[in-house]
Design a protein. Structure first.
Length: 119
């Protein structure tokens, strides 16, 4: 069983910064990809950024240069962070943490965390 717990969302003015955190615990295989997806009301979840355990990253075009994804280990948990800078109102979304097991269709989701950017 894998659990993902996300935190760090909030209300921020345009131009501000937020850091999202996600803690993954449980039976996490060594090879995996962790990332963040954004979802606006009535729309599909879309990838914002992800990072594989080998360090390779992928970013959605609109956040490139403004956001940085990183990973680390804390005790028996795998952490993934999304540092978001120069936030824009269009970054407003519910952000979900995701973990995909490499070579598998199995994936896990954390609870969403709301990011609201005011103009």
């Amino acid at each position: 069983q894998v659990q993902l717990v996300a935190s760090g969302g909030g209300l921020v003015q345009a131009g501000g910064s937020l850091r999202l955190s996600c803690a993954a615990s449980g039976s996490i295989l060594r090879f995996n990809t962790m990332g963040w997806y954004g979802q606006a009301p009535g729309k599909q979840r879309e990838l914002v950024a992800d990072m594989s355990n080998d360090g390779s990253t992928k970013y959605e075009e609109s956040v490139m240069g403004r956001s940085t994804i990183s990973r680390g280990n804390v005790k028996n948990m795998v952490m993934v962070y999304l540092q978001m800078n120069s936030l824009k109102p269009e970054d407003t979304d519910v952000y979900y943490c995701n973990l995909k097991l490499s070579g598998s269709v199995i994936e896990y989701w954390g609870q969403g965390t709301q990011v609201t950017v005011s103009s």
